[in-house]
Structure formats: structure tokens, C-alpha cells
Design a protein. Sequence first.
Length: 311
Amino acid sequence: MILCCGEALIDFVPQKDQSGRSLYQPCPGGSPYNTAIALGRLQVPTASFCGLSNDFFGSMLLKHLQQSGVSTEWVRHLERDTTLAFVSADSADGEVEYAFYGRETADRSLEKGDLPQVLPEEIKVLQFGSVSLVLEPTASTMELLMQRESGQRMISLDPNIRPGLIPDREVFRERFEKWLDSTDLLKASITDLEWIYPDAEIFSTIERILETTKVNLVMLTSGEKGSWACTSKQRVHEKAERIVVKDAVGAGDSFHAAVLCRLWEIGAIDSTSLADLNESELKQILGFANKIAAITCSRSGADSPWRKELD
């Protein structure tokens, strides 16, 4: 089982009515939440560890997990509001920006006492990312879980940078590099790494990460330019699929889920197995992940495909 750990919120995604007026549709979202949904729809045993409000948005988020086949055993229910995120997707390539609304909301309020004391052996992978690693107290809670379980289970990390929520780049960079010492698989976009390391060349940064941290596999995305898989032995590129982009909401999360899905299916869910992946295996993983991300981009919001759509 894969346990996805982090924020769960409501994205308000822009739509147009028949007269051309802008409307906003509420959609379940949050980076690790989207990854859990995508994994569940791909029929990978998956659970979510997140904080959900008892309000009607929280009920929507809970129902969406359950309908997608995701276990909610480790969901924490809190008497807090749900975080809201308004999405802007005005660019030609569908790239998105977010405006977040919520202080002391449910997904941002997880404390150390909310952590599962012991995780069952069936959980082989923990996935972390994005807003939940930035905003306290949830950030410290997730960091503690990551450090506690590192070495016992595979750790997968997607920083999924939201610059508006990070007041100090230097402080974030130091914390990020601490996470890498607990991480086996790093999924990131070129935009993420350029923001974290603005003065460094991307692949030099990746080589340094692979040489000096616990990370053994880096999966790098760049929208229409495709994606790369990098280990200490391989650097493989796969072109993006040609599609009409509706928006890019959840694209990186569904890519991450597809990578984890393929790794789960071939049994490469430990640090050594990641390091030993060959060129053919990496190309197959990238191709599948690009396909899943492309389908997500062809639809509005973080609406990842179901396994039956791929058959």
C-alpha cells in the first residue's frame, strides 16, 4: 500500500457559462490528495493521511477519496474549516497559479499527536509534498513522519512549489535539503528546481542530489517538453504527448501517481531497486506517466483517469 501524506483542499477552477461569463467550480484538490486519487483510480492499494474538516467541503473530499478506492483509515477529522484555493489558468499552455485562503484550516492543523503511532507492514511507500511541508504545524508533523519512516519504507517527495506561501527561499532550501536525506524518489518540475536553486544548472543540481543525498531516482517534468528520469547510471528523456490542454491542474500529481503505480507493479519500491532501473524500464515508466498526465491536462481540474479508460 502507498500512503499519501499532506494537504486536502478545494480548488475553485475557472469555467465559462454559455454567455462567456467566468464561473468557479469547486473541485477536490491538494497535491498529495490528488496523487492518492490518481493511484486509487489506477487500482494501486492506496491510503490518505490528511486533515479534513467536518464541514460540507470536508465531506466532499472524504467522499471523493472513498469513491476513488482510497482508504481513509488515517484521515483525521478536525473542527476546522477547509482550505480554499482559487485557480487562474489564463496562459496559452494551461499553466496555473493559485491564490490560497485559509488560516488554521483542517489540512494545515495536523500535530504530532495526530500521527499514526505504528504503520502496518502493508504500507511500503510514503508520499509527501507541497503545501503540507510549508505551513505549520502540519509541516513539522509531516517532516517527523518522513524522518521516522525513512529507511523502513520508500519515501517519495514532490516539493510542488507554491512561491506565495514561502516567505524565505533560503530557509526553505535548507529544509528541502534535509528532506532529501530521508527521500528515495524525488519528483519535481523544472520550475520547482529553478525556484529552489535559481543560480544552478538543472542537471548539475540533479547530479549533486544523486551524489550527496539519499535520493536514488529523480523524475523531472517540463510540460510540453516532456520528462526525464535520472539515476546515477541513467538519464532518459521521453517526449510529452500531443494534446489540447484544458488546464494543468493536478498534472504533476497524476504524473507522480503514474510513476509510483509502475514502480509498484514491477516491485521497485526500495532504494536499491530505484538505483538499478535500466533505460528500458525508465522509458516505460516515463511514457506511462506522460500519458496519465496528458489525460489529466485534457480535462478540467485534477480529474485523473481510471484504469478502465486505459484498456
